[in-house]
Design a protein around this ligand. Structure first.
Ligand code: ADP
Ligand code: MG
Length: 459
């Protein structure tokens, strides 16, 4: 067959089909599928890509592969030539438009330049982080990543409830890398900002700039609150390709999330699975000793006189959110200094009562699940799973019982929130706990402990 009779489109499609068994789907999707074969003449295959970056990467990594593959399909030894076309449709996310939700986000000003990465928060480093049993695994994983970016764990997925130190640790990684390898280009951002950048890029035709920033000008990507890309299709598309580029070229990715990958709703499966490639490190609510230590450290740093008695009282009263714990301390210190009083236990109780009142009485299902998981040293995901191990069954039933009792939720809602279970499962769990409470003192103690930590009147 002479070359002139070959249709370039068909040729490339056959090439891709033939490649499927030879390289990973991931490489195929990321690098080869977006390419277009636009010319086949004079012993040369002309490939169109979106930009120089794409061309260089393909040239460096897949040129031989492409030539061998084209030889197989066409029977000819072909030279490869590149053209770049910024409006190249394939590279520009075939069929992935802004979702309704994305389209509704107002473009941030100024619209014609991308905001640089966010500055790291100077207060959040490893030295100011207090490690305890609840967070030492995540702490160690973050340090390992900071010591050896892209070698230890990639990606690192930091998971934990609100106010437990995810943002703090993410910043700490950044600081440590800057200190040890000042030339490393660190991009620290939140997925909220990332969403805005994607939207601006699409709206104002500035995706090149956006791609350059994330794919080329970044050695370490620190992305806070990744769960917020749920349901944002175009953002996920962009993130997916950035992820692949960074990952393939051995650059470090760290993301934080208040949900486990499989709990983030409306997220593409291929992204979810990438989050699981590396290490998932979770942060549990700190145990009381750690909470006291956090308060001590904070008080020392801020020069707040804090007695053991008051520290312990605060730590006991605010179990599951370090941000609130710190907030209470600051508020207490402010009151005390404004009114010229010493922070006594009585005074602390009085101020804290106001805080707790202001917080409202409604306790969320999520808060209870987290508390129970932390208490029994299991994962929230285990509470929602259907696994029947004994060590999981009791925590799960207790969590259901406490949610029913204190979160004022219906059985069907609880069913949904416990991993899509039938409402009868929840009903029988609650009934079972009620019966056992009468005969099992250890269960009674556990439930009482938990209710005390929830700061609800025990019954
Ligand atoms: P998250 O991002 O998980 O919601 P943050 O990282 O914003 O939580 O933490 C909330 C506040 O609590 C921050 O001021 C942070 O410094 C502090 N904090 C959380 N955990 C710790 C800890 N283990 N040691 C010291 N401070 C902590
Ligand atoms: Mg945060």
């Amino acid at each position: 067959m002479s070359m002139s009779s070959l249709d370039p489109n068909v040729t490339w499609t056959s090439f891709l089909a033939a490649s499927e068994t030879k390289i990973s789907k991931h490489v195929l999707d990321t690098w080869l599928a977006p390419v277009r074969l636009v010319g086949l003449a004079n012993g040369t295959a002309t490939l169109e890509v979106r930009d120089q970056f794409f061309r260089d990467w393909l040239n460096d990594h897949y040129l031989d592969f492409i030539r061998a593959g084209l030889k197989e399909v066409t029977g000819e030894h072909l030279a490869v030539d590149w053209v770049m076309n910024p409006t190249h449709p394939a590279a520009d996310s075939p069929g992935v438009d802004l979702s309704e939700e994305e389209a509704q986000v107002a473009p941030p000003a100024p619209v014609n330049t991308f905001v640089g990465s966010l500055p790291l928060n100077p207060r959040y480093d490893f030295d100011t982080f207090v490690a305890g049993r609840s967070n030492e695994f995540a702490f160690a994983a973050c340090k390992a990543v900071a010591d050896k970016p892209a070698t230890a764990y990639n990606p690192l997925f930091l998971f934990g409830g609100t106010g437990l130190g995810k943002t703090h640790l993410l910043n700490a990684i950044g600081h440590q890398i800057v200190k040890e390898k000042p030339r490393t280009r660190i991009l620290y951002t939140t997925s909220e900002q990332f969403v805005n950048e994607v939207i601006n890029g699409v709206r104002f035709n500035k995706l090149d700039e956006f791609h350059n920033k994330y794919r080329r000008s970044c050695d370490v990507l620190l992305m806070d609150d990744i769960q917020l890309i749920a349901g944002k299709e175009r953002t996920q598309y962009e993130f997916f390709h950035i992820f692949n580029t960074l990952y393939d070229s051995q650059r470090q990715i760290v993301v934080t999330s208040d949900k486990l990958p499989h709990e983030i709703p409306e997220i593409e499966e291929r992204l979810r699975s990438r989050f699981q490639w590396g290490l998932i490190a979770d942060i549990q609510p700190p145990e009381i000793e750690t909470r006291v230590a956090i308060l001590r450290k904070k008080a020392d740093n801020e020069g707040i006189p804090l007695s053991d008695e008051v520290a312990f009282f605060l730590a006991k009263s605010i179990p599951s959110n370090v941000r609130e714990l710190e907030g209470a301390l600051i508020r207490l210190a402010a009151h005390a200094s404004l009114t010229n009083t010493v922070i006594t236990l009585d005074y602390a109780k009085q101020v804290l009562n106001d805080i707790l009142d202001a917080r409202g009485q409604q306790i969320s299902i999520e808060a209870i699940q987290k508390l129970v998981a932390g208490y029994f040293q299991v994962r929230v995901a285990d509470l929602k799973s259907a696994r029947r191990q004994k060590v999981l069954v009791r925590p799960r039933q207790v969590a259901m019982y406490l949610c029913r009792k204190h979160a004022q939720a219906s059985f069907p809602e609880l069913g949904t929130r416990f991993g899509d279970k039938d409402h009868t499962t929840i009903m029988s769990a609650c009934r079972r706990v009620e019966t056992q409470l009468k005969e099992d003192p250890s269960l009674r103690k556990q439930v009482l402990d938990l209710e005390r930590q929830l700061d609800v009147p025990a019954t």
